[in-house]
Ligand binder design. Structure first.
Ligand code: 13P
Length: 256
């Protein structure tokens, strides 16, 4: 973390979990802890149907709400989809874009992810863009080249003034749901390469203002070490964000 230049963010990605009633209870439990976490922004990425309950429960708290996906068009004949404008109208502040599960199971590509990033910024949402390599790529020593290519594609067409609104989440696919996270050194190495890539496009000032999260089996035990690295500015937490006590323990470590 480096709070001099950028925000620390802990985001919980619930994936396809929790009902509206569970959402309300979770936020009520989180609220007093969130109030104490002055140095760390807290985001909950909830399923679409939980968003109204989440926004309502998080009103006047330090918790911001994110969607887990959006369509790049503002409206139209796209059955089953939700636009950024709709999310904004609800009071949603962030949107996860290009999670590896969406790339793997729902056919999202770097190009469609890039379209969504621009669409999110246009309607005033902050995108949390996910990048990260597979184990096969890591084993072939392709990690840094691959992630750099992803970063260049997702920032394509993004105006310099909007760069710091983008949150980049480095999520190595092999560490997601695996029980074992990347090491702090691995997370920091890729975080540094992401920032370097942003610096090449937009310059040093822009690059140092971007919050870069790590995601993939982050939990209360490994969070402290991961967050101590200069280019790990927070976490995108999956499984360990479903239980409020565990999530709070991670927040407390990010708030130190
Ligand atoms: P886990 O923390 O469950 O590994 O999930 C990480 C993730 O995919 C967050 O978006």
């Amino acid at each position: 973390m480096n709070r001099r230049y950028r925000k620390t963010i802990i985001a919980g990605n619930w994936k396809m979990n929790k009902t509206p009633a569970e959402t309300k209870d979770f936020i009520a439990q989180l609220k007093p802890h969130a109030a104490r976490a002055k140095w760390c922004d807290i985001v909950l990425c909830a399923p679409y149907i939980d968003l109204p309950a989440a926004v309502k429960a998080a009103k006047n708290t330090r918790v911001d709400i994110a969607a887990q996906n959006m369509h790049h068009e503002p409206g139209g004949a796209y059955t089953g989809e939700v636009s950024g404008q709709m999310l904004r109208a609800l009071g949603v502040k962030y949107v996860v874009v290009g999670h590896s599960e969406r790339r793997q199971y729902f056919g999202e590509t770097d190009e469609s992810v890039s379209q969504k990033v621009r669409a999110a910024l246009e309607c005033g949402l902050r995108p949390i863009v996910c990048v990260g390599e597979s184990m096969a790529q890591r084993e072939k020593n392709l990690t840094l080249d691959y992630v750099r290519m992803q970063v260049k594609t997702v920032f394509w067409g993004v105006d310099a003034k909007d760069v710091k609104k983008v949150v980049v989440a480095y999520e190595p696919i092999w560490a997601i749901g695996a029980g074992a996270a990347a090491t702090a050194q691995q997370a920091d190495e890729v975080g540094r390469a992401i920032r370097e890539c942003i610096r090449e496009i937009y310059g040093a000032r822009c690059a140092r203002s971007v919050t870069i999260l790590y995601g993939g089996s982050m939990n209360p035990k490994n969070a402290g070490e991961l967050l101590s690295m200069p280019d790990v500015d927070g976490g995108l937490v999956g499984g360990a964000s479903l239980d409020c006590d565990g999530f709070v323990q991670i927040i407390e470590q990010a708030n130190q």
